[in-house]
Design a protein around this ligand. Structure first.
Ligand SMILES: NC(=O)C1=CN([C@@H]2O[C@H](COP(=O)(O)OP(=O)(O)OC[C@H]3O[C@@H](n4cnc5c(N)ncnc54)[C@H](O)[C@@H]3O)[C@@H](O)[C@H]2O)C=CC1
Ligand SMILES: O=C(CO)COP(=O)(O)O
Length: 344
């Protein structure tokens, strides 16, 4: 009988748990690691993750391990699903534990505020040169855990690694496509959260369907403009990691980022919204990263992201932000989408 693929999952949040469950169902030998050993004990005893993925049972075969060396022993593949601002601290704990050639699949969607690095850049800077693959696309954990159909994209410079990821994750209800644009897929996954906050604000203000459609469409243009300026391929933004995830996140009742925006549109402060949330809304951090000192100024026009930053961090009233967006000087629809293009 063929040996089972051994997979280490870093992260006990809703997405790490849903993917660990899927991988066990696909026949892998999966061990889940968390920065919080008491949470592992609870998950192991209850066979459930009540904190982050309530109402979903976890298979008996899923193993839990708090010690990095025990967790990483003999693994063929590692899946990293740690929120961006905690990622560096977590991966340094695996510096000696995880074999140098074990591929890492990153399912984290964000940018590090202090360094402006993408998750795979953080992993590479702490764990050195090794195969790295980005997994992104429209995929709320709550739906994947219920076995509802979802399609994602696995992006890696090395197609053989992307194929390994497809083989591990593909199931009757989970379909993974390949891409050779990890920068584009990773940036799309991070940036759509910022636009989702804007979409939530629009919902909270009751601006209607036309405004929401405009936000998604113009949001996609600015995501692509930023991505292309950072070495991503334009077409990636029209795929699952770009348009696909933008639609899901901006319209779903499951989206934390959209919910943050909606509460703010209804008049709550960011501090109050975050204080009431146990889960992460990466878009808040990504907005901070985009306009932080390490970003060295966003080189392309990102008016929606600018207004999200103004509302979240500069005390600008959401209605004022909408007025600012609507009253910008007239421009061509695809202005600056490709380097040097006027878009006219
Ligand atoms: N939830 C979802 O449906 C999806 C989430 N993602 C991405 O997956 C990543 C993880 O998010 P979720 O699983 O949703 O998290 P979550 O919001 O469900 O849970 C929070 C996570 O943060 C961890 N955490 C909190 N403080 C920490 C610390 N000091 N050190 C280390 N870890 C700490 C917790 O252990 C837990 O794993 C994010 O980048 C998110 O954007 C991507 C696709 C779908
Ligand atoms: O990335 C996601 C769905 O693909 C999750 O979005 P939220 O973090 O907004 O819930």
């Amino acid at each position: 009988m063929a040996e089972k693929t051994r997979i280490l999952v870093l992260g006990d949040g809703s997405w790490g748990t849903a993917l660990a469950r899927l991988l066990v169902q696909n026949g892998a030998d999966v061990v889940l690691w968390s920065a919080f050993p008491e949470r592992l004990r609870e998950m192991s005893e209850r066979r459930a993750n009540e904190a982050y993925l309530p109402g979903i049972s976890l298979p008996q075969a899923l193993r839990f391990e708090a010690d990095p060396f025990a967790a990483a022993r003999g693994v063929d593949l590692c899946l990293s699903v740690v929120p961006t601002q905690h990622l560096r601290k977590v991966v340094t704990r695996f510096e000696d534990a995880l074999g140098g050639n074990v591929p890492i699949v990153s399912a984290t969607k964000g940018l590090e505020i202090e360094t402006f690095q993408r998750p795979t850049e953080i992993i590479a800077s702490e764990l050195g040169d090794r195969p790295l693959c980005v997994l992104a696309g429209p995929s709320h954990a709550e739906e994947v855990a219920r076995g509802l159909p979802a399609s994602l994209v696995a992006a890696c410079d090395d197609t053989a690694v992307a194929e390994q990821v497809q083989a591990a994750f593909n199931s009757e209800t989970f379909r993974v496509y390949r891409s050779t644009d990890p920068i584009g897929v990773e940036l799309a996954g991070a940036l759509k959260n910022v636009i989702a906050i804007a979409a939530g604000i629009s919902d909270g203000l009751g601006l209607g369907d036309n405004a929401k459609a405009a936000l998604l469409t113009r949001g996609l243009v600015e995501m692509a403009r930023f991505g292309v300026s950072r070495g991503a391929r334009l077409e990636t933004f029209f795929g699952l990691a770009g348009m696909g995830d933008l639609i899901t996140t901006c319209t779903s009742r499951h989206s934390r980022n959209r919910a943050v925006g909606e509460h703010i549109g209804r008049g709550k402060t960011l501090q109050d919204v975050l204080a009431e949330m146990s889960m992460v809304a990466e878009g808040v951090w990504t907005t901070q990263a985009l306009f932080g000192p390490e970003a060295e100024g966003v080189a392309v026009s990102m008016p929606i992201a600018e207004q999200v930053h103004a509302v979240l961090f500069e005390g600008v009233d959401p209605e004022e932000a909408v007025r600012t967006l609507m009253q910008r000087s007239p421009t061509a629809e695809m202005e600056g989408l490709l380097p040097g293009s006027s878009g006219a």
